[in-house]
Write a protein that binds this ligand. Sequence first.
Ligand SMILES: CCCCCCCCCCCCC/C=C/[C@@H](O)[C@H](COP(=O)(O)O)NC(C)=O
Ligand SMILES: Nc1ncnc2c1ncn2[C@@H]1O[C@H](COP(=O)(O)OP(=O)(O)O)[C@@H](O)[C@H]1O
Ligand SMILES: [Ca+2]
Length: 525
Amino acid sequence: LILHSSPLPLYCCKTVRKMKCRINPGNNENCFVPISEIIAVEETEFNKKQRNIGRWQKMAKLHAFTVHYVKKARNHRWRCSAATFWCVDEHLCNQWTQALKELLEMQKSRPKQLLVYINPFGGKRQGKRIYEQKVAPLFSLASISTDVVVTEHANHAKDNLFEVNIYKYDGVVCVGGDGMFSEVMHGLIGRMQKDSGIDQNNPKASLVQCNIRIGIIPAGSTDCICYSTVGISDPVTSALHIIVGDCQPLDVSSVHHNDTFLKYSVSLLGYGFYGDILKDSEKKRWMGPMRYDYSGFKTFLSHHYYEGTIAYQPAKHTHGSPRDKVSCRTGCYICKQSEKQLAEQNKEHGLKKEEGEEEWKVIKGKFLAINAVNMSCACPRSPKGLSPAAHLADGSADLILVRKCSRFDFLRYLVRHTNQDDQFDFPFVDVYRVKCFQFTSKLSEDNESNVMDVGKKRFGQFCRDHPACCCNIVNSTWNCDGETLDSSAIEVRVHCQLMKLFARGIEEDCKDEAGHSQSSIEQLL
Ligand SMILES: CCCCCCCCCCCCC/C=C/[C@@H](O)[C@H](COP(=O)(O)O)NC(C)=O
Ligand SMILES: Nc1ncnc2c1ncn2[C@@H]1O[C@H](COP(=O)(O)OP(=O)(O)O)[C@@H](O)[C@H]1O
Ligand SMILES: [Ca+2]
């Protein structure tokens, strides 16, 4: 461990009793742990049974302390491991304990007080058990105090965040899925805007950043936000990222309809395929996470497509492209550069002028799916995600348009989310990196009088001569981070790094990311 330079010998034995950590028995080699990855230091009662080194048997009294630290395992998984050090000199032992505790005190980004919301009905309904058994003991070991709210109804957490004194907390933790995260995020961002007198209904408003970090303990059905920002959906790993005080900024998209605020989104805004899956699966909540497989299959067979018009402004401030072969990783350079670039542009031109001057690109067509993603949307079902090269904090979203195609081609597209092949390499799939976009369905263009003025003008010229078409006469629904939106015509804008998570992005060094073998169905396709 870190105690090599001790003037007197300190002996170390790894112990697994307290935290039930798995370690390799007989693995007594040195390991180096940065202070930033120490979870806690505790004085330890020296147990006679631990005296397994012959010459120490005769000693009358031994003094010991235990260092609990993060052990990095495969696939971005973190575990809590422990090492106990002992020696005969009580003073030396105390000095070490004291010195280590002081070093931990100096880690200023670590949270001391957290507000925790648990959705007891998310995913497999294990949220409460997961928190109590896996997370609370770690928080208590790390001397983090918590106020815990087990939610009693939808929107409980969101409403509560408008009432409590949020400023006394170093962070808010949500135990649940993407929907639960979304609720907590709306509470926090909404509260920040309210306290700063900013009108969320103004789509052009410059929103106030939220510096109270959110931690996600995955206990939902998809857990895409956790997976895409940590690299794994694992409650213990997430709890450890919270304890060490990690910080990952995140882009947030605001969604408006007719100057009315609808929702924020951080992962997927999906119309068509993913909207239809969500709408159908909500009726099958009793099935748990399986509902997405059932509804996914049903939606795939129904093969609905929707006609509409999209207008977007390309994200010119960022160097990245959705077709890049490199992905966003811990400390991402592209995210840092893009943030700087955006800040400079805003200082020079002012947001309104700049947006007004830039050209809008307009695309109309029949789509099986329209997906706007602020992050890769990697999840256990799709380890590389809907847009593998999307960035967590570059102030842009990837807009993926899947045009009407055969069922077979759509299946080939879907299967590429699960293997190493490029899902954008199809003639019916287009992808753009954007900073804002608007969508209007054919139906609302024809029937609604309340389409945004600016949109109406822009879309009008394309729709005037359009002949009656044979596509669906109903609209799809927008899937916004796992929640449905009531309106199909929307206006979306990416707010660069509006909030922060207790995470560090996906670490580069992963031990076994590759090694994906092709299944027979993939070979066939
Ligand atoms: C041959 C079959 C191939 C299947 C390919 C599947 C690709 C799956 C990609 C899933 C991307 C999901 C993006 C995340 C969405 C979540 O916000 C949302 C809500 O998640 P929650 O239930 O709150 O955890 N889940 C869904 C399925 O809409
Ligand atoms: N106590 C509760 N009862 C019913 N619904 C709740 C409760 N707490 C939270 N919710 C809502 O449940 C929805 C889904 O929660 P989530 O944790 O994302 O689970 P899942 O991943 O299974 O969808 C969220 O929209 C959230 O607002
Ligand atoms: Ca982004």
